[in-house]
Design a protein around this ligand. Structure first.
Ligand code: NAP
Length: 324
């Protein structure tokens, strides 16, 4: 604590809510008094520092519950490096007069690229094919079993926002038909709208999930949706683990209710159930949707620009919709 007080040097105190990318943490530490997860590492020092903490820096996976917000009487702004902010109690922040910002748009292309990569990986069994060569099975057993075609198939997108639209554009380039569900139909889009995920699943070969997480979408993809997707259908989740009923998904994969899955996000990251990891034809990647150097740099720059704008009295660059 003594060290933190001497380092403070009159700079604005910013709490890092969780482990931050170095691309965000390094400039923060240069310009602010960065208190890195002090609430977790040293509760007494946190209690002493809390009255002067004016900002929280967070990632898309950070948790900022109401109780933590309540312990920060001087809180003015929460700057999330990520587009999803389902771990942040925005209502609690607003009730204290604090704003929340995030980093939309700059990551659309990367997440959409990954969604297409996952669709291809699951359809053409790329990770299993790679293992087939490395293990010597190719030489020992001959050609792999035939895979399934992605070009020309039906792509159903659950969530037609910024990233959903970028996925749709890419799917069109593969000659796929595109349909979607969202809270409301988008008259300006040429794609077929289905009112529910189950109706969309029944009309899709690939079902790609790209909604926000949080209470409003919890288990939107449940056993009934998976049954509707059917035994040849492939589920791709690049949204949040909470959007899919994970036990129901594991059951559906084990029982052959659906054909396959490719997942970037999980219910309890980084813990992935053993039963899921044991399924050889399911593609699993560790939440890498926006994980390229240039995109993470753009996200860090935007998160920092929001903080700088706030403390300079300028309009925020990208407040979340609830704070506009
Ligand atoms: P966005 O522009 O706000 O779009 C969200 C879409 O989800 C909207 O079309 C919205 O419908 C729809 N939606 C919301 N609640 C729904 C519900 N209950 N039922 C059906 N549809 C619902 O957000 P975005 O920028 O595309 O990002 C979407 C999410 O992707 C983020 O919130 C984040 O969780 C996730 N994400 C993941 C990664 C990763 O690394 N895997 C990276 C970035 C983002 P309306 O249009 O009708 O409102």
């Amino acid at each position: 604590m003594a060290q933190q007080e001497t380092r403070a040097n009159g700079r604005i105190a910013v709490l890092a809510a969780s482990k931050l990318s170095p691309l965000y943490a390094a400039p923060l530490a240069e310009r602010y008094e960065l208190l890195d997860r002090l609430h977790e590492t040293d509760p007494a020092a946190f209690a002493a520092a809390a009255p002067r903490i004016r900002a929280v820096a967070a990632s898309g996976e950070s948790k900022l519950p109401g109780a933590l917000v309540a312990s920060l009487p001087a809180l003015e702004i929460v700057a999330v490096m990520g587009v999803g902010y389902d771990g942040i109690d925005v209502a609690a922040c607003k009730s204290r007069g604090a704003k929340v910002t995030h980093t939309p748009d700059v990551l659309n292309d990367d997440v959409a690229d990954l969604a297409i990569g996952l669709m291809l990986s699951a359809a053409r069994q790329l990770p299993a094919a790679d293992r087939y060569v490395r293990s010597g099975d190719w030489a020992a057993k001959g050609a792999m079993p035939l895979a399934r075609r992605m070009s020309g198939a039906r792509c159903g997108i659950v969530g037609m926002g910024r990233i959903g639209k970028a996925i749709a554009q890419r799917a069109l380039a593969f000659g796929m038909s595109v349909a979607y569900t969202a809270r409301s139909a988008k008259a300006e889009l040429p794609y077929e709208f289905h009112a529910t995920p189950a109706a969309l699943a029944a009309a899709s070969d690939f079902l790609v999930v790209i909604t926000p997480g949080g209470a409003g979408t919890r288990h939107l993809i449940d056993a009934a949706v998976l049954r509707a997707l059917g035994k040849k259908g492939i589920l791709v989740n690049v949204a949040r683990g909470s959007v899919v009923d994970e036990p129901a998904l594991i059951e559906a994969l084990e029982q052959g209710v659906i054909g396959g899955a490719a997942l970037d996000v999980f219910a309890d990251e980084p813990n992935v159930p053993e039963r899921l990891r044991a399924l050889p034809h399911v593609v699993l990647v560790p939440h890498i949707g926006s994980a390229t150097t240039s995109t993470r740099q753009a996200m860090a720059d935007l998160a920092l620009a929001n903080l700088e704008a706030h403390f300079a009295g300028r309009p925020l660059k990208t407040p979340v919709p609830e704070c506009r």
